[in-house]
Design a protein around this ligand. Structure first.
Ligand code: CA
Ligand code: CA
Length: 405
């Protein structure tokens, strides 16, 4: 048994033991706490899902992907620093011109998205972990960076004119919680960056640090004058929202609302509606607790912080987050889709205005790192790890298409 399998086998015993210790220590509560989601949202088996899974390509620690619209291509990042160009029905090529990344811990090559003007300019945006010193940390520090570059297709696909437009401030020690997820606003005017807390926690509440924040930039990296903290100096000027932990998914819905998911500490994974100036409370409140045991007060104790719209206890360990506006799965139209790493599957949440509800959850038996929707409405997944794969979901029992005239 792997350690994970052992833990899973022991889970019923462990939870019973925890229940006993909790009962002996805590006063009996009348009814379940509204914040206790234990047992909610069980996973259905793949056999019950409205799709089948097809393995499409093998990859090495794939992390993020994006389809190139109206082409047979997708870009896929691999954490060790390779950018792959996948062609539907064709080969997987390596894109030249990707800079060296700091590949250690959770760090490496991160997200890839298209510029709003990609069709005309070929511009893409990439994020990665960069080694390097700064005034506060010496040589053994790292931080996330974001660059734009022109993607040139052909026999030897390559990036040209690479330009780093943002460096996470400050760079710090350690290899965790870079986050570095990217999303453009639907109007194409603003680039949003998930800047993780780098496992340093307290900086998530510090407006003089970009750690534990969601940032808003112009596509060239400059500061929009109407950002909420422009009056507090250069570091603060990019901050859009604060109190975040490890942002591993960031996406807009069809109504222009920005959603993020973030990995909680021990349980308490969150999906948040992101609004300017909102403080999401980390590390002061969390519906999870510290890995080494100490309680973190739940969100309900501090209504002054923005509470997550949904959370998972026990954890699902979220992978990527995608908005589904397609029609291939009509019931999913207007949903968020989220990968689950430790939860080993796919999670669907229904959006209703500014609220979310837990809809479907399927056990796929593998860690899902990324979810992506193609312009034909098909859904694709990246499974995590050195034997990672690209998977395509195909709807079951689709009614025959009406004959085209
Ligand atoms: Ca993606
Ligand atoms: Ca807690």
């Amino acid at each position: 048994m792997t350690p994970a399998q052992t833990l899973r086998a022991l889970a019923p015993i462990l939870s019973l033991a925890m229940l006993f210790s909790a009962c002996s220590a805590a006063p009996v509560q009348a009814g379940p706490s509204p914040w206790d989601h234990k047992g909610e949202h069980p996973a259905a088996p793949l056999a019950d899902a409205p799709f089948t899974l097809t393995e499409i390509a093998s990859l090495n620690e794939p992390w993020a992907m994006v389809f190139l619209p109206a082409t047979p291509y997708a870009l896929i990042t691999e954490k060790s620093g390779q950018l792959k160009l996948w062609q539907d029905g064709g080969p997987v090529q390596t894109v030249q011109g990707v800079p060296a990344v700091k590949y250690a811990g959770q760090g490496g090559l991160g997200d890839v998205i298209l510029a709003p003007d990609f069709a005309a300019t070929g511009t893409i945006y990439l994020s990665w972990a960069e080694a390097g010193d700064n005034e506060s940390g010496g040589a053994d520090v790292a931080g996330a960076v974001v660059a734009k570059a022109k993607l040139v297709l052909g026999d030897r696909p390559a990036l040209e004119n690479l330009d780093i437009i943002w460096r996470q401030t400050p760079k710090v020690s350690g290899g965790g919680h870079f986050s570095h997820r990217l999303a453009f606003s639907p109007d194409g005017k603003y680039l949003f960056i998930g800047s993780g807390d780098r496992q340093k926690m307290e900086p998530a509440q510090d407006l003089n640090s970009q750690l534990g924040k969601i940032l808003r930039l112009y596509p060239d990296g400059s500061v929009p004058a109407d950002n909420p903290y422009t009056d507090q100096g250069d570091v603060s000027a990019l901050i859009w929202s604060l109190g975040h932990r490890n942002i591993l998914g960031l996406t807009f819905d069809a109504n222009g609302q920005l959603w993020n998911q973030e990995m909680g500490p021990k349980h308490g994974d969150e999906v948040n509606l992101v609004t300017p100036r909102a403080n999401h409370g980390w590390p002061i409140v969390s519906n999870g607790d510290h890995y080494d045991g100490p309680n973190i007060p739940d969100h309900a104790t501090r209504p002054d912080f923005a509470a997550p719209k949904l959370w998972w206890n026990p954890a699902v360990s979220p992978g990527g987050l995608a908005y589904y506006g397609g029609n291939l799965y009509p019931n999913w139209h207007g949903s968020l889709l989220m990968g689950a790493l430790s939860g080993q599957g796919l999670v669907r949440m229904a959006i209703n205005g500014d609220q979310l509800s837990k809809a479907d959850r399927w056990d796929l038996g593998m860690r899902i790192r990324e979810v992506e929707v193609r312009d034909d409405g098909s859904v694709w997944l990246l499974s995590d790890g050195k034997d990672g794969k690209l998977w395509k979901l195909t709807p079951k029992n689709t009614a025959p298409s009406p004959a085209k005239s």
